[in-house]
Design a protein around this ligand. Structure first.
Ligand SMILES: [Ca+2]
Length: 269
């Protein structure tokens, strides 16, 4: 049936269109991959941008973030001014989670690790422009232990304890008993900066993983002041993490803890 219908018409015109460099909502990411500032690596980032990402890994796993490149415009060394360009990493699902570190020009680019299954990353650009950053994120099955301890008994503590601890610290210990044994960890006294509603510990905290405790004061994150909290490992290993954020350095004593191995006899049926 040719020449029976009119078809259609449409008009088009050119528009000046600048795509938004950073969406308002955090960009969701999962598993392993790379993230970078806008325009990277083709040209410099643009001033006054806020890009955010939320990285989610399966329950029970952790996120690792490592910089592969970082060239940010100059700013004061503590990265505190909003006119600075910086990357900030948070231990959780948003920028109200505890900070694992803020990185600007001149910062030591340490790797960061989430204690749970989510990590939030924020890139903020100030007025001084440069190439930007690129970072690799990946899934970890266990907290990385910067210290692996397998002595039958030893003492661990926050940095400089019994003196007050500095800011921007992340310390991890994996304490492992010999095959079939368990670990008992006695923490105290504890004096850690306390922020957020009770139990939230949004600035500095101590966290014990793969263990249990019946003591008052034991919670997912520990902060504030406590005399003694005792943990037992559920299996061979106990993981301990101490995090301090970038506020109020040298105000609190931190903690010290003693661990020892326990002979463990599985319950008989
Ligand atoms: Ca602090």
């Amino acid at each position: 049936m040719p020449f029976k219908n009119d078809g259609f018409q449409a008009t088009y015109k050119q528009l000046n269109y600048t795509p938004p460099l950073c969406p308002t909502e955090a960009i969701p990411l999962s598993d392993n991959g790379k993230l970078s500032s806008p325009n990277y690596p083709i040209s410099n980032y643009t001033a006054s941008q806020n890009c955010t990402w939320i990285i989610t890994v399966p329950a029970g796993k952790h996120v690792k973030l490592a910089f592969t490149d970082c060239a940010l415009g100059s700013c004061a060394l503590d990265c505190s001014s909003e006119s600075c360009t910086y990357v900030e990493v948070y231990d959780g699902a948003s920028a109200s989670s505890p900070s694992l570190g803020r990185f600007c020009k001149g910062s030591v680019l340490k790797e960061t690790f989430s204690s749970g299954q989510q990590m939030f990353v924020k890139f903020h650009s100030g007025s001084a422009l440069d190439r930007g950053f690129e970072a690799q994120y990946s899934v970890l099955s266990v907290w990385p232990a910067s210290m692996i301890l397998n002595e039958t008994s030893d003492v661990i503590s926050s940095p400089y304890n019994p003196r007050k601890y500095p800011d921007n610290q992340t310390c991890n210990w994996q304490i492992t008993a010999s095959q079939g044994n368990r670990i008992v960890l006695e923490i105290g006294p504890i004096n850690i900066e306390s922020c957020g509603a009770s139990g939230e510990c949004t600035c500095d905290y101590l966290q014990v993983q793969n263990g249990f405790s019946v003591d008052p004061g034991a919670s997912e994150r520990i902060c504030g002041s406590h005399q003694k909290i005792k943990y037992y490992s559920m299996h061979r290993s106990l993981n301990v993490m101490f995090v301090s954020d970038n506020s109020m350095p040298f105000k609190n004593d931190g903690f010290q803890a003693t661990y020892k191995q326990l002979n463990y006899t599985p319950p008989r049926k």
